[in-house]
Design a protein around this ligand. Structure first.
Ligand SMILES: [Zn+2]
Length: 719
């Protein structure tokens, strides 16, 4: 697996329980009088933090506000040395120091002193609307050398790491002279417009920008490591979203960082309707997938602040849940709190979380997933497909792609369904499909993964032939990895379908699916009229393929008369080699996510039972219980994480409804020696039944970790 590591690096042997007690605005406003390093270090120690993010360069970059020894040309000497003052307190307190270095947001007045450093739009105007009023510098311009010089100065202090906030190449940038020249040198072409994602040269621009960022990170890392190899270096990598809007490709960036981290736990405004319960866990899973070849630890930035209000805190319950969903998927955490709040009792609630991370580091951060189901997250589809969104983050403004086959809707619908059924599952990306061993997965779901390389199509066909079950929906596989429609259907043979029309039909607003045959795929659905997902493709089933569901003819209105069967396949099941491929000619994921109808959920449940019978069952679980099933590195322990998101049907949650006497059935690969819970430490009685154990968790508040000790090693597959 991946590159070799020096196992002594501190970030590989200590839990990543990072805290940012931000004094930054006080320092900028009041200088030395605004700092309180003794109190900050004491509070960090009290809550069991292992490392701190600190701000000797202020929040957004400004040459007039650099509070460490530097020789930045044209900028004044520091008013005082914040970094030295901080280290005097942090080092004796045993708190490691990671310097926050903002490489994406620059104070406008500072930027205007260096117009040749600014990122520029296609019309040549300087980018000056970052966080409404700030600017940003280009990674290809002469500013990069300024960054490397400051890194050398910072690394002269006894610090433990550097964190880059950013970098970002903004969605409407960068067309500065340096970028135009380098693009021309590489491709002998002018830069294409970024707003036209159908432009034939757009994929070149995406590659150019992600390579720009990777090269900048690689050089920064060289500078840092040449001074001290034990210095942690990482950046703010991409959460779920397209590469083109930020210039970040996490697969490439994982190779030039010590850990892969993203803002998976930033909550904005209306949590109840805009922030799904699985947001943090989804980001942690995605990071684990993207860090797999680089073999780096992962970390989720879990902001305690309720965005966009910098000084407003989320309730402790929400913070515990964010932390739990991070560690349940092997990710460390960074929790940020403004100085105004550090003495509040709510901050003390972090102490048991970080104490647990310290006592159970190996169980949390060295574990391996035991999921037998995987869902594909496709960067190619997010970058090049018409139905792709850009999410709201600190680095991107939200924008909406086409509704028909919208990838994010389709992905989150499948995610939500599996999550709410307590099915342990991984995320896998484009790279993994083409290059990794997919055999641990019995079931692989492609939620309208429209854009696939021919290598990926070949790997998927092979996966099925070898015995896996592949599920695909809607336009899966109809475009290449750069978003060009392919002639023919490259997965048609695998799915057992032929396209009968190129255009999607819809929206189907009040139409139905009909069941056919008495097969296991729909046998638990009682209703004769299953509401149809909104968009459909016209396909014909190949000979020998089963058609358990068909579409009704579209009705002009919901009272227009009787719904009649069109005979057109909505679901096709095809055998290929030792495996199966199941195709839904509609956006079933979007329907699952939007409507949560019993019939649609039952289709997923039956699919799971037929193709990947669950290793863990919790019969009385509410749909708000998250599970993660993993094993220890030595394979002698099965680790079951339970995160209880059962609130009072409102958010932010101030308390969860505890789950009592929760019966858990677990398929086990070897004889069981003992079962215990680690968060509420106790031995748990268990019963054995043919390859299964069952036990009862007396009460589950926000989080529990169940440890099942085996008498011999478990493989990845549990049966
Ligand atoms: Zn540029």
């Amino acid at each position: 697996m991946g590159k070799r590591k020096d196992e002594s690096h501190w970030w590989l042997t200590e839990p990543l329980s990072i805290v940012e007690f931000s004094e930054v605005f006080h320092i900028e406003a009041h200088g030395a009088a605004g700092t309180d390093p003794e109190v900050m270090a004491r509070r960090m120690r009290e809550i069991n933090a292992t490392a701190a993010h600190v701000h000797p360069m202020g929040c957004h970059l400004n040459g007039r506000k650099l509070f460490f020894r530097h020789n930045s040309p044209g900028d004044p000497s520091p008013e005082f040395d914040y970094l030295e003052g901080w280290l005097e307190h942090a080092r004796p307190a045993g708190i490691r120091t990671v310097v926050y270095f903002n490489v994406h947001s620059v104070k406008a007045e500072h930027a205007r002193r260096h117009p040749e450093w600014q990122q520029r739009r296609e019309d040549g105007s300087a980018k000056e609307d970052v966080y409404t009023i700030e600017s940003t510098f280009c990674l290809n311009g002469p500013w990069r050398n300024w960054v490397f010089d400051r890194l050398r100065e910072l690394c002269a202090y006894p610090i433990d790491g550097i964190f880059f906030d950013g970098p970002v190449i903004y969605a409407d940038c960068c067309y500065c002279d340096s970028c135009r020249r380098l693009f021309k040198e590489r491709y002998d072409l002018p830069m294409p417009p970024k707003r036209d994602r159908r432009h034939p040269d757009f994929p070149k621009l995406v590659a150019f920008q992600s390579d720009t960022m990777t090269a900048f990170m690689r050089k920064s890392r060289e500078v840092i490591k040449s001074i001290n190899p034990d210095m942690l270096f990482y950046m703010n990598s991409n959460p779920l979203g397209p590469d083109w809007a930020t210039g970040r490709n996490n697969r490439k960036l994982a190779e030039v960082q010590d850990i892969l981290a993203s803002e998976g736990g930033f909550f904005y405004g209306d949590l109840l309707s805009a922030e799904p319960l699985w947001k943090v866990g989804m980001n942690a899973k995605l990071l684990e997938a993207e860090a797999s070849s680089a073999n780096t630890p992962t970390l989720v930035f879990d902001c305690v602040g309720h965005k966009p209000w910098t000084y407003s805190m989320l309730p402790p319950t929400e913070v515990r849940l964010m932390w739990a969903s991070s560690v349940a998927h092997r990710a460390g955490t960074w929790l940020a709190i403004m100085k105004e709040s550090v003495e509040e009792p709510a901050v003390d609630d972090i102490a048991p979380l970080y104490d647990f991370a310290r006592r159970h580091r190996a169980e949390l951060f060295e574990s391996v997933s035991l999921a037998e189901v995987a869902v594909m997250v496709s960067k190619a589809t997010m970058n090049y497909y018409a139905g792709a969104d850009v999410p709201l983050t600190d680095f991107t403004a939200a924008s909406r792609g086409a509704e028909a086959g919208n990838f994010r809707d389709e992905l989150t619908g499948w995610y939500r369904a599996l999550w709410s059924m307590q099915v342990p599952f991984d995320l896998v990306d484009d790279y993994a499909i083409e290059h990794d061993d997919l055999s641990p997965y019995r079931l692989l779901i492609l939620p309208n993964v429209a854009c696939l390389s021919s290598g990926a199509c070949a790997a998927l066909a092979e996966y099925v032939r070898k015995g896996g079950t592949l599920v695909g929906t809607f336009e899966t596989g109809l475009y290449d990895e750069h978003g060009r429609r392919t002639s023919g259907h490259r997965l048609g043979e695998t799915f057992g379908i032929r396209l009968a029309g190129a255009e999607a039909e819809g929206p189907r607003q009040w139409d139905y699916l009909f069941r056919h045959g008495g097969g296991a795929w729909t046998e638990h659905i009682r209703s004769a009229y299953i509401p149809s997902p909104r968009y459909a493709l016209n396909v014909e089933a190949a000979e020998g393929a089963e058609v358990p569901l068909t579409f009704s003819r579209a009705l002009p209105d919901r009272y227009a008369g009787l719904a009649e069967d069109s005979g057109r396949p909505a679901m096709v099941v095809n055998s290929s080699g030792n495996g199966k491929a199941i195709y839904f000619a509609c956006d079933l994921g979007a329907a699952l996510g939007t409507w949560r109808l019993a019939e649609h959920l039952q289709i997923v449940r039956d699919l799971i039972e037929q193709c990947a019978p669950p290793t863990v069952r919790i019969p009385d679980a509410p749909p708000s219980l998250e599970v993660s099933l993993r094993r220890s590195a030595d394979a002698h322990e099965v680790l079951l994480h339970l995160v209880n998101y059962t609130g009072g049907m409102t958010r932010p949650m101030r308390r969860v409804v505890p789950l009592k006497d929760l019966t858990v059935e677990l398929r086990v690969p070897a004889a069981v020696q003992s079962v215990c819970t680690l968060w509420s430490p106790q031995e748990i009685d268990f019963e054995k039944r043919k390859g299964l154990i069952s036990f009862v968790i007396p009460v589950l508040h926000e989080y529990e970790l169940v440890k099942v000790r085996l008498r011999s090693k478990a493989g990845r597959a549990m049966s």
